[in-house]
Design a binder for this molecule. Structure first.
Ligand code: SAM
Length: 289
């Protein structure tokens, strides 16, 4: 269906002055949309940037860190929550772990399964396509769980708390969790806007205009990026709002304690691992009690 571009421009002109967090598509990217998921997979595998998954050399450093800090060893049972295309999970399976990965991106999960088979570790990997808020692995007795690249923060606080509770119930007593969240001191609170055009990328493979706005919601402590994507050949408009809840370290500790964890340890900047964006993150490790 073709829509007059002028009509679409009026829709953009009449947009809400400010976004309401978590309203539009749960305040997240449409990861679970098959076409978007297929395009996102290209970004995960694109070694020229680390925006979707970090580049291979950086992942190798993180994996070594996780191995040491989570006490992993061959035979360990590991849960990778929001595993994406399995780039961490499959490597850890290659090292001898038995890994379950969970993610709601269809192309990501499909790729993770193919990668495990190609690396000869399919028998040590299980990948589940599911929203992690519905994760049902109570009593599974995992030795460790990962929740990397800030994905706990792309859901409202109550959902994040629920995911942590489900993770706790999936771990054995003494099992370890690793959660990576934005460092609140490094979050960009400046409001801004930007635009670009392209004819291929995350938003499609035909010419589009991307209009981006960044908001900081002080009361909620949420940063929101709102994108209007105008598809030039059809006049269609996609609107995406990507929300990120910002947590202070004491709030993270409180949530982890409330969901059954102890020995919460923050590791600012991944203990200074040489990652391109290490400074922006705090990795928390905690023990199920
Ligand atoms: C930035 S990617 C990181 C993937 C992987 N951890 C990595 O670093 O390669 C975020 C992933 O979280 C997944 N995700 C986000 N929210 C989710 C949810 N509610 N349930 C399941 N998966 C989710 C997306 O599908 C995507 O694969």
């Amino acid at each position: 269906m073709t829509i007059k571009i002028s009509e679409t421009l009026w829709r953009i002109y009449n947009r809400a002055a400010r976004p309401y967090p978590w309203q539009l598509h749960d305040g997240n990217l449409p990861w679970d949309d098959p076409a978007f998921s297929a395009r996102m997979l290209r970004e995960h595998l694109d070694e020229s940037h680390g925006a979707a998954s970090r580049q291979a050399a950086e992942r190798a450093k993180q994996i070594a860190w996780l191995w040491d800090n989570l006490g992993l060893q061959p035979g360990s049972r590991l849960l990778d929550i929001t595993c994406g295309p399995g780039l961490y999970a499959v490597e850890l399976a290659r090292r001898g772990c038995h890994v379950t990965g969970i993610d709601f991106g269809p192309a990501a999960i499909g790729y993770a399964q193919e990668l495990a088979a190609a690396q000869g570790v399919a028998d040590r990997c299980a990948f589940i396509q599911q929203d992690v808020r519905q994760m049902a692995l109570d009593g599974a007795g995992f030795d460790a769980a990962l929740l990397l690249y800030g994905q706990l923060a792309v859901m409202p606080r109550a959902d994040a708390q629920e995911v942590l509770a489900r993770a706790a119930r999936a771990l054995r007593l003494g099992g370890r969790l690793c959660v990576e969240l934005l460092n609140p001191e490094k979050v960009d609170r400046k409001e801004s806007n930007w635009w670009f055009t392209d004819d291929t990328g995350l938003w499609g493979d035909a010419p589009f205009l991307h209009l981006g706005e960044r908001f900081w919601l002080e009361e909620e402590q949420v940063s929101v990026e709102r994108y209007h994507i105008l598809h030039l050949e059809t006049g269609q408009l996609d609107v995406v709002e990507l929300c990120d809840q910002v947590y202070r370290p004491d709030e993270v500790e409180g949530m982890l304690r409330a969901t059954g964890f102890t020995a919460v340890t923050p590791h600012p900047a991944w203990d200074n691992l040489p990652l391109y964006d290490a400074d922006e993150w705090i990795v928390y490790t905690a023990v199920k009690n």
